[in-house]
Design a protein around this ligand. Sequence first.
Ligand code: NAD
Ligand code: UDP
Length: 331
Amino acid sequence: MNILVTGGAGYIGSHTCVALLEAGYSVIVADNLCNGKEETLNKVKQLTNKDLTFYEIDVTDDIAVNTIFSKHEIDGVIHFAGLKAVGESVERPLTYYNNNVVSTMVLAKACLTYGVNRFVFSSSATVYGDNKVPFIETMDLLPTTNPYGETKAMSERILTDIVKANPAFSVSLLRYFNPVGAHESGLIGEAPNGIPNNLMPYVTQVAKGKLEKLSVFGNDYPTVDGTGVRDYIHVMDLAEGHVVALDHLTEGVHVYNLGTGQGTSVLELVNAFEEANGIKVPYEIVERRPGDIASFYADASKAKRELGWTAKRDVIAMCRDAWRFEKNYME
Ligand code: NAD
Ligand code: UDP
C-alpha cells in the first residue's frame, strides 16, 4: 500500500516513515522543508534499508498535490504537514490558518477526486482546551487559546463534515499529547530551529551546554510539586500508533488520544533525565508562562480498546533517547 506522508521530513513524520516502512508500507513524502530536512529522509532510508519517494512541494498548492495523486496509486494519506509554534501563531494568524487549514482542505479534496478513502490527521490535545483531566475523546471541545489550536479544531471539523457528506471516506483524528524522544538509533530526532519552546529539547540543550539553565515556568500550580504536568509520549510509540490507526481505519470518523495516560511534572522529567543519563540539568524557577494549563494527560483507553495500541516506552526511555540524538546531532 502506498501512503502519502505530508510533513514526512519533520519530527513526528520522519519517525512515522520508519514505522510505516518497517510495517511494509510504501511511502511517498510531500514536504516543503520549511521545518524539515531532506537529510532526515536519507537517515530514514539508512535506518530501514528501504527506499521512499520524496516531493518537495507545499501541500497548500493544489496543483502540486494533484500531480502526486495522478502519478501514484495512493491508498492513504497521513497529514502531518503544519506549522506548530503556538506563540508564532498568535503573531501570524493568517499564515497559520492558511498553512494548516488550507492544506487539510486541499488534501481532502484530492482524496475525494482520486478515490482515496483513508486519511489520518495530526491533531493535538490542545483541542480540549482547559478541560477536566484526564482528557477523553467524548468531551465537548473547549475553545483553544491560540490560532494554532484553532487550526487543529477547524481541520477536525472540516474532515468530520466531509465524512458526513462522503460516507465512504474514513478519517482518523489522532490527538497527540506531548511527543518527545527520538528513534533508538539516535539518527533522527527533534531538532528545533533556534531556542526551543518545548521542555524536552530545552533540557537536552542545557545538558549539552548549548543553553545555560532551564527556566521552570512556575512552581505554584496545584500539582504534585507545583510544576506543570503533561503526558509525555515517546515519538516511536506515537509513530507506531499511526500505523495501527491506518491498519484499523474503517468508514467514518474515529478520534483517538495518543498519550500514555500518565502525567509527569517538569521537575519529575528533569529528575528522570538526570537519572537516565547521569547528567545534571541546572534550572531555576521563574514566572508561569502565559497561557499554560496546570496539568493535562490522556485517557488512553479508547486506543487500547479499539486499536490494541498502548505506549510502551517510559519516561526514562524518552529521556535516554532524546539525549542520544542530541549528543549525535550537529547543527
Ligand atoms: P515538524 O515541524 O517537525 O514537521 C512538520 C513538517 O511539515 C516539516 O517537515 C515542515 O517542513 C512540513 N510542512 C509544514 N508546512 C508545510 C506545507 N505547507 N507543505 C509541505 N510541508 C509542510 O513538526 P512535528 O512536531 O513533526 O509535527 C507534525 C504534526 O503534528 C503537525 O501538524 C503538528 O501540528 C502536529 N502536532 C505536533 C505536536 C508536537 O508537540 N510536536 C503535538 C501535537 C500535534
Ligand atoms: N516548561 C518549562 N520550561 C521550558 C519549557 C516548558 O518549565 O523551557 C514547562 C511548561 O510550562 C509545561 C511543560 O514544561 O508545564 C511542557 O511544556 P511544553 O512547551 O513542552 O508543552 P505544552 O505546554 O505545549 O504542552
